[in-house]
Design a protein around this ligand. Structure first.
Ligand code: C2E
Ligand code: MG
Ligand code: MG
Length: 249
């Protein structure tokens, strides 16, 4: 409650890059909580607390508003971006007002539905929950893109692909960490990329930290990547600088 009231929550942005061209195509908005003493608390720690204490709807709305306003500025600057990606918590997806909130934020920020991608974590969502499915179909109906985050970490990965109207898959970084030219992670990553492509989905690899991992992705014709190798999550000003430089390069 206090973090929200004291405006200690901010949004960081991490570029998502086209493997073949090296150009930034989108950015993911990531919530940050910087305490008064300057230290950061990880979203993995405070988001579950916000979810349990009934604060996730307000928190999620805050991220969506900030991210869409920022994206509208980048579009006005002509930076050539495709999307802004925003994570949604299960709590938001279970709320019958979620699709309406998203539409309001789009209208207020001037961002087009097709320019927003909502990331749903495979860990959180129960694919069978009817309210979640309803919200996702409504979002899809207004033209919003959906992606499955942390693909490969839940137990319903394939069922999701069958039931949900998704556009993109984000391969969890646990499969990328040990990615070489052979071995189990290579076999799994290449199978996941092939699966996504057979279903006409954009495949994004998360957590690319080395040039070698990027080489393997290039060989496997993965669409996009995100990771410390290209850029860490940054505040809006740093991200603007990164985008301008990337555009010129
Ligand atoms: P996520 O959505 O899978 O976001 C990617 C996470 O991986 C981010 O952690 C990012 O900083 C980290 N990451 C990116 N590249 C690399 C890399 O090369 N190496 C390593 N080791 N890590 C990398 P972050 O920002 O700490 O967020 C953690 C998780 O918290 C997110 O995972 C997401 O599930 C959740 N989260 C963050 N912001 C929000 C939000 O606004 N709403 C909701 N519902 N969840 C959020
Ligand atoms: Mg995400
Ligand atoms: Mg992820």
């Amino acid at each position: 409650h206090e973090a929200l009231d004291r405006e200690e929550l901010t949004v960081a942005y991490q570029p998502i890059i086209d493997v073949a061209s090296g150009k930034v195509v989108s950015l993911e908005a990531l919530l940050r909580w910087q305490q008064a003493d300057g230290s950061f608390i990880s979203p993995l720690e405070f988001i579950p607390v916000a979810e349990e204490s009934g604060l996730m709807l307000r928190t999620g709305e805050y991220v969506l508003e900030r991210a869409c306003r920022q994206f509208a500025e980048w579009q006005r600057d002509g930076l050539g971006l495709r999307h802004i990606c925003v994570n949604a918590s299960t709590v938001q997806l279970m709320s019958s007002s979620f699709a309406g909130t998203v539409q309001r934020v789009l209208a207020e920020s001037g961002v087009q539905a097709a320019e927003l991608e909502i990331e749903i974590s495979e860990r959180g969502v129960l694919s069978g929950d009817s309210e979640v499915l309803l919200q996702l179909r409504q979002l899809k109906g207004i033209g919003i893109n959906l992606s499955i985050d942390d693909f490969g970490t839940g137990d319903s990965a394939i069922a999701y692909l069958k039931d949900l109207p998704v556009d993109a898959l984000k391969i969890d970084r646990s499969y990328i960490a040990g990615l070489g030219k052979e071995g189990k992670d290579f076999a799994l990553a290449s199978a996941m990329i092939a699966l996504g492509q057979r279903l006409d989905l954009t495949v994004v690899a998360e957590g690319i930290e080395t040039a070698e991992q990027l080489d393997v992705l290039r060989e496997l014709a993965c669409d996009c990547y995100q990771g410390f190798f290209a850029a860490r999550p940054m505040d809006a000003d740093a991200a603007t600088g990164f985008l301008q430089k990337n555009r010129r390069s």
